[in-house]
Ligand binder design. Structure first.
Ligand code: IPM
Ligand code: SF4
Length: 469
């Protein structure tokens, strides 16, 4: 009998092409997602050395970060830098024979929403992209992580990546989530608990009753923010929900091939007795809806809490940095979270821009109106999410309530396109990052779940979604 292995060990072992004495390995890469921001120099590198893309059929390119989300986006991109990046991807994809979804293709969207939606993301695979939130795909039991531009070039040219194995970490979330508390609250609570460096050097496997109970969308939200917890990859063992989600997706195996694939996917779980280098346990039943108050995703508190006082922190550097965060955020210790008013609401991103998120929002805002002091936008994560939402009539609910209903893209998750905060504006956002300037120069970001963002849009300030009528 071989030694018991974790899910990470198994996927790793299945992809090692070569191993050096110092532990450096060459890993085979099954899927490569490409977007316009981190790929131009990589393609340029291939061109300069006369190399081809080794496996174009395992590569998929899509524009997301720079695309406008306004209805008139077919008129083109005004910002020159953004326009050049988008044009470069279109040209590179054509020149190197890579499938490409342009802004006018209804399959276009945020790369981490598009991969699963197309059945390009499958269990047991190694998946990379020049983007830190590639961790999202770990929700399928795939080993997925972000890579830098020189690695993008390496993968394009060789379909392999040089890697050293990380340590195994388990985050087990036991129990049953209370009503209105979501996957987003779980992952914010985990990051609050372990800190933004908590997962450094590890691959995190998420397990436990509360994780199993999540939909695929919820699992993607969890794995998406693994990177904010310091680990490059997060994993959830595939199960019947995973197989159901995959069935019928355009690029997924079909018929006999699917049956065979499922038989293999069923082996992708951690063996009894396998070793984890670190274990963290949380009780889902105790989790409240969570709001971030500072400029790091670890700065989180219950919606029923108050803005914390940094003077309570022992460590001087940390104390200073949290004071700075409060100053940036324009907040005073002791302020009730529910007394914080917002100017903007952003619902979207690869964390919470999927159909299930939009359904949650619709439930909260149906028949209600966005507060007169708030400007709120909803940005579907992909053209297919948009189409599905419209087929269900969700867009009508959003528009009737006064939300701006947009075209798919990264949008106000990061200030790389026209959607951004003005200096001093405060935003309830369903995205994943809240560092200074993330959503626009001097913009103030509070990370929350879709339902919490929706309720804040209507109330004009944070409210406890558990009390929502
Ligand atoms: C632009 C890109 C490289 C970046 C990332 O790697 O994550 C972006 O997607 C982000 O979320 O900050
Ligand atoms: S939606 Fe945000 S986090 Fe996701 S890939 Fe785009 S910029 Fe990065």
């Amino acid at each position: 009998m071989s030694a018991p292995r974790t899910l990470y060990d198994k996927i790793w072992d299945d992809h090692v092409v070569d191993r050096q004495d110092d532990g450096t390995c060459l890993l085979y890469i099954d899927r490569h997602l490409v977007h316009e921001v981190t790929s131009p120099q990589a393609f340029e590198g291939l061109r300069m050395t006369g190399r081809k893309v080794r496996a174009p059929q395992k590569t998929l390119a899509v524009v997301d970060h720079n695309v406008p989300t306004s209805p008139d986006r077919h008129l083109g991109i005004k910002n020159e830098e953004s326009r050049i990046q988008v044009e470069a991807l279109a040209n590179n994809a054509a020149e190197f024979g890579v499938e490409y979804y342009s802004a006018s293709d209804k399959r276009q969207g945020i790369v981490h929403i598009v991969g699963p939606e197309q059945g390009f993301t499958l269990p047991g695979m190694t998946i990379v992209c020049g983007d830190s939130h590639t961790s999202t795909h770990g929700a399928f039991g795939a080993l997925a992580h972000g890579i830098g531009t020189s690695e993008v070039e390496h993968v394009l040219a060789t379909q392999t990546l040089i890697q050293k194995k990380a340590k195994n970490m388990l985050v087990r979330v036991d129990g049953v989530l209370p009503d209105h508390v979501t996957a987003k609250d779980i992952i914010l609570a985990i990051i609050g608990e372990i800190g933004t460096a908590g997962g450094t050097g590890h691959v995190i496997e998420f397990a436990g009753e509360a994780i199993r109970a999540l939909s695929m969308e919820g699992r993607m939200t969890i794995c998406n923010m693994t990177i904010e917890g310091g680990a490059r990859a997060g994993l959830i063992a595939p199960d019947e929900k995973t197989f159901e989600y995959i069935k019928g997706k355009p690029r997924a195996p079909k018929g006999e091939a699917l049956e065979q694939a499922i038989a293999y996917w069923k082996t992708l779980h951690t063996d009894e007795g396998a070793h984890y280098d670190r274990v963290v346990v949380l009780d889902a039943a105790k989790l409240p809806p969570i709001v971030s108050w500072g400029s790091s995703p670890e700065d989180v508190i219950s919606v029923q809490g108050v803005v914390p006082n940094p003077d309570d922190i022992q460590d001087e550097n940390k104390r200073t940095s949290k004071w700075r965060a409060l100053e940036y955020m324009g907040l005073t210790p002791g302020t009730k979270i529910t007394d914080i008013a917002v100017d903007r609401v952003f619902i979207g991103s690869c964390t919470n821009g999927r159909i299930e998120d939009l359904r949650e929002v619709a439930k909260v805002v149906e028949g209600k109106t966005v507060a007169s002091t708030v400007s709120a936008m909803i940005v579907p994560g992909s053209g297919l999410v948009k189409e599905q939402a419209e087929a269900e009539g969700l867009d009508k609910i959003f528009k009737a309530a006064g939300f701006d209903w947009r075209e798919p893209g990264c949008s106000m998750c990061l200030a790389m396109n026209d959607d951004r905060l003005k200096p001093g504006e405060r935003c309830a956002s369903t995205s994943n990052r809240n560092f200074e300037g993330r959503q626009g120069f001097k913009g103030r970001t509070h990370l929350v779940s879709p339902a919490m963002a929706a309720a804040a849009a209507v109330a004009g300030h944070f409210v406890d979604i558990r009390d929502w009528q």
